[in-house]
Ligand binder design. Structure first.
Ligand SMILES: O=C(O)c1ccccc1NCC(=O)[C@H](O)[C@H](O)COP(=O)(O)O
Length: 290
């Protein structure tokens, strides 16, 4: 990842996370049992659990049959974050995922970064195991990570992810195209995250079918809910699922996005802090009978 272009400036949070994750991945790749060739061997043995495809899953939710347009929920397991510190450090991710799934979430997003978000691959694996009991209508599992290499994608697939996050701001166009293609080769349509028109153009150039616009600027933490609204026109005539990510706090945010043609919302902190998760999801999405 290129630094912020000025060696005299302190690194941004995204640059710090990226540097730490590089060290973490190097350590995992050097550890007997989790070396890249071992992960590949497990995948080739068919040990990764079966996938469900992301796009059809995102096009289905409790209001699909009745409401037009309808909007899907990507519900996040988020123990902590760099901007807010601890949010729900002691959450049981499997139980939380079941609550999300039973309330109608199409995707469960699991932050697996340990240092700032207190997440892990074990959290994601437990989420997958818990929702497997729901059968083929289960939500898809998203590995929410800072991905820069094939290893992290292979690891995600082995541990039960149906999709992975690719953050355009972290990757060169060559890396983005390569990792997008690699994820597809494992059967996973990635969620490609952008924050401005230039990044949206890059996501569309590699053929992304699911694009998330992050309302949070990952360099300075500022949240601008208009970021997603400002990019809707770039995908209006395309076969792209457009998702609004970050900062969503209540039904008014969701209603506006739905009117503007946004297809899904990804919600973390406000879901983790909700006293009654199911009631909050009902209120947020206004799904009939959900
Ligand atoms: O949440 C942060 O503080 C953060 C900081 C730096 C990089 C990524 C960050 N969050 C990851 C996410 O994308 C959010 O967890 C996700 O969009 C949900 O956001 P929210 O609903 O605002 O919790």
């Amino acid at each position: 990842m290129s630094a912020n272009g000025d060696a005299t400036k302190p690194p941004t949070i995204l640059e710090k996370i990226y540097a730490q994750r590089q060290q973490d991945v190097e350590a995992a790749e050097a550890t007997p049992g989790t070396r890249p060739e071992e992960i590949d061997a497990y995948l080739q043995m068919g040990l990764a659990p079966p996938l469900i495809p992301l796009v059809p899953r995102l096009r289905t939710n409790p209001s699909t049959a009745t409401a037009s347009p309808s909007l899907s929920l990507m519900a996040e397991i988020k123990r902590a974050s760099p901007s807010k510190g601890d949010i729900a450090p002691h959450v049981n991710p499997a139980r939380q995922a079941l609550l999300y799934a039973q309330a109608g979430a199409s995707v469960i997003s699991v932050l697996t970064e340990p240092t700032w978000f207190k997440g892990s691959l074990l959290d994601m694996r437990l989420v997958r195991q818990a929702i497997d009991a729901l059968g083929p209508a289960r939500p898809a599992v998203l590995r929410k990570e800072f991905i820069f290499c094939e290893y992290q994608i292979a690891e995600a697939r082995l541990h039960g992810a149906d999709t992975v996050l690719l953050i355009v701001a972290m990757l060169t166009q060559e890396q983005l195209a390569r990792l997008y293609a690699y994820s597809l080769s494992l059967g996973m349509e990635p969620l490609v995250e952008v924050n401005n028109a230039r990044e949206m153009t890059r996501a569309l150039e590699v053929g992304a079918k699911v694009v998330g616009v992050n309302n949070r600027n990952l360099h300075d933490f500022s949240v601008d809910m208009g970021t997603t609204s400002g990019l809707v026109d770039m995908v209006r005539e395309r076969d792209v699922v457009l998702c609004a990510l970050s900062g969503i706090q209540g039904p008014e945010d969701v209603r506006l996005y739905k009117e503007q043609g946004v297809n899904a919302v990804l919600v973390g902190e406000s879901l983790m802090r909700a006293k009654d998760t199911t009631a909050f999801i009902r209120e947020l999405l206004a799904w009939p009978g959900a």
